[in-house]
Design a protein around this ligand. Structure first.
Ligand code: SF4
Length: 401
């Protein structure tokens, strides 16, 4: 299965791959959702967990520094399955172990079970604190569930949690969006991390068939600016276009994706990456379970990126982060309007980062990226921290091209 590929450095020379586990069960499908998840197969959960355990045993060779249970809705697993799943994954000391949860699933008992299983971080799918907006998104939970979930997480001793939000839903106003962010920031304890995503219309979803609920791009840009201002004022700085965190509370697992790090894919439809090879597993839980039970490879397909593709993708990913890209990777100095979309990185003279306006037009900026010529070494340079920048966030991002 996911063995070290010919030509890869020996495993001991490479950082251990992170582990992503996909849990494809949800109690109902949200109107905007095109993820690989099912609402009518909960009877498979135990067999699915068995298959994940067997798959983990076959492919994991080193303790993981980060583990992420995503979905779908991992909090829809029985707590006994959650426990044996996390116990089966070998983790390094101080590993970051994130479990996604829907607020309505997070009872005090569930939070204690998650803590006992080793979860260090919960990612809560709150989306909005406006019941009207939640209904427009096809979400079934009540805004009050977020408050009780946060209290349960804190009581269980899990000190780090993130809130997922969606902006641009039907019925949302600037005022209700502000109220949602204010409410999130007022949770006790306050979140250490917030992800805010623009609502997107995915083909084949109920939302796609209802133009009256489609988001307006200009409205979404205004909502992004509101979020960025309010979150920054509360001490959560952006470190990726859709992610804000207190210093030291960035998602190490997601940073690994943006650094083109390696990660194993466990579960149906999960995607993995090892040294330029990407693959994705069989999409349905039945086919995934069947393949693992037979001892077959559950990989559906894979692709290999050549060095030039990897280098370009590294730029695309890094552009979206607060680490930015080398200035030479963009055609600066030709168009003042374009130049205003980036600004020199505060820590390194040769890099630029997106401005707020640039973040809103990141896709257009990315279209003009180019692989810069090799830098000419200058006397005394050689490491970014040598320029006097030594912040935690820069350290986390400093490996990005
Ligand atoms: S909870 Fe998440 S994965 Fe499940 S249906 Fe809703 S958006 Fe999709």
């Amino acid at each position: 299965m996911c063995e070290t590929q010919p030509g890869q450095p020996a495993a001991r020379e490479r950082p251990a791959p992170a582990v992503y586990v996909h849990i494809p069960f949800c109690p109902s499908r949200c109107d905007y959702c095109a993820f690989a998840t099912w609402t009518d197969r909960h009877e498979l959960r135990s067999a699915y967990t068995d298959a994940c355990l067997r798959h983990i045993a076959e492919v994991q060779r080193q303790p993981a520094d980060t583990v992420y249970l995503g979905g779908g809705t991992p909090s829809q697993l029985a707590t006994a399955d959650l426990l044996r799943l996390l116990e089966a994954i070998d983790t390094a000391p101080a590993a970051e172990i994130t479990v996604e949860a829907n607020p309505e699933d997070v009872s005090p008992q569930w939070a204690l079970a998650a803590a006992e299983a080793g979860a260090t971080r919960i990612s809560l799918g709150v989306q909005s604190l406006d019941a009207h907006v939640l209904r427009g998104l096809g979400r079934r939970h009540d805004p009050a569930a977020a408050r009780s979930a946060v209290a349960a997480i804190a009581a269980a001793g899990i000190t780090s949690y993130s809130v997922d939000l969606i902006y641009g839903g039907a019925g949302e106003t600037d005022g209700s969006w502000r109220a949602t962010i204010k409410g999130i920031l007022g949770l006790e304890p306050a979140p250490t991390h917030v992800s805010a995503y623009a609502l997107t219309v995915e083909a084949g979803t109920p939302l796609s068939r209802d133009p009256a609920r489609h988001p307006d791009e200009d409205v979404q840009a205004a909502r992004y600016e509101i979020a960025d201002r309010m979150l920054a004022d509360a001490g959560l700085e952006w470190y990726e276009i859709s992610n804000w965190a207190r210093l030291g509370q960035e998602s190490r697992h997601n940073l690994n994706y943006w650094l083109q790090g390696d990660y194993l894919a466990i579960g149906a439809a999960a995607h993995g990456h090892l040294d330029g090879r990407r693959w994705w597993n069989l999409r349905t839980p039945e086919r995934y379970i069947g393949a693992v039970e037979r001892g077959d490879d559950p990989v559906a397909a894979s692709e290999h990126l050549d060095p030039a593709q990897r280098a370009f993708e590294a730029l695309e990913l890094s552009l979206r982060t607060s680490h930015g890209v080398p200035a030479a990777a963009l055609p600066l100095g030709e168009d003042p309007a374009f130049d205003r979309l980036v600004t020199p990185a505060p820590d390194k003279s040769d890099r630029v980062v997106l401005t707020l306006a640039g973040r809103l037009l990141a896709n257009q900026v990315a279209l003009r990226l180019r692989i810069p010529p090799p830098a000419v070494p200058t006397h005394g340079s050689g490491h970014s921290d040598g320029s006097g920048h030594s912040g935690h966030r820069a350290h986390l991002l400093s490996q990005i091209t």
